[in-house]
Design a protein around this ligand. Structure first.
Ligand code: HEC
Ligand code: HEC
Length: 187
């Protein structure tokens, strides 16, 4: 539906990148999966994201090799930064959050300068790269319990859990990332 509105807007204005967002209702803007991305959405992605993530979304843009943490390959549909359980796709809100805030100490810079409509467009474009988004729904976000008070007893309990759950084997006794299993990891 969005595609046909986009086409109509394009024909009406005679301009192929005329920012038709303002003319479209919030409901019509929802980043659904059943539509072909309109051209302006692709353009927005190409000019803001493709230098790293690649025009095809494969994480192989011209600048990709410059980063220690490589830009994400979107084709696999595997996302690290989610509010959803392991194995689930991220929610649209998760993707908005990542793009708005960026990912610290990586090439993924924050883009709070993009308008809400522009963010919606790039989120939509990211979701077109993996067939998973059309096939699956993201699970509900996990609820995070309120932060417990910082008491010596709870600190001791946490220390014990860190040991019992075997976090130590990778993260080390002092949490310095030097546990016996840590040598296989980079960075
Ligand atoms: C200068 C390079 C660069 C540009 C430009 C860039 N990214 Fe990224 N992006 C990265 C890197 C590097 C990562 C991986 C960071 C990590 O794994 O910690 C990343 C990660 C992401 C993720 C997180 C995926 C996950 O696993 O949760 C999303 C979503 C994303 N980028 C979307 C975008 C969008 C949309 C744009 C354009 C508005 C964009 N990026 C522009 C470098 C870039
Ligand atoms: C098999 C090795 C392994 C085990 C076991 C393990 N971790 Fe990790 N953990 C990692 C690696 C590798 C990373 C870094 C991932 C990355 O940067 O993409 C990580 C990252 C983290 C982070 C994120 C740190 C940050 O930079 O934000 C936290 C928190 C964490 N682990 C906690 C734990 C806890 C708690 C446990 C035990 C329940 C645990 N880990 C067990 C390997 C492990």
């Amino acid at each position: 539906m969005l595609a046909s509105i986009g086409l109509a807007a394009t024909l009406a204005t005679g301009c192929e990148y005329s920012s038709p967002h303002r003319a479209i209702s919030a409901a019509a803007m929802s980043a659904s999966n059943d539509i072909v991305p309109p051209r302006w959405t692709q353009r927005l992605y190409e000019s803001n994201c493709a230098v790293c993530h690649g025009i095809q979304g494969d994480g192989n843009g011209p600048a990709a090799g410059m980063f220690l943490t490589r830009p994400r390959d979107f084709l696999a549909g595997i996302f690290k930064f989610r509010s959803t359980p392991s194995g689930s796709l991220p929610t649209d809100e998760d993707l908005f959050w990542t793009i708005t805030h960026g990912l610290r100490w990586t090439g993924m810079i924050a883009r709070p300068d993009l308008s809400k409509a522009e963010l919606q467009d790039v989120v939509h474009q990211v979701k077109t790269f993996s067939p998973k988004f059309a096939a699956e729904k993201p699970s509900a976000s996990v609820t995070v319990a309120p932060r417990p008070p910082r008491t010596p007893a709870l600190m001791e309990q946490g220390k014990e859990l860190f040991r019992i759950a075997d976090c130590v084997s990778c993260h080390g006794e002092q949490g310095r990332g030097d546990g016996p299993l840590s040598s296989g990891y980079e960075g």
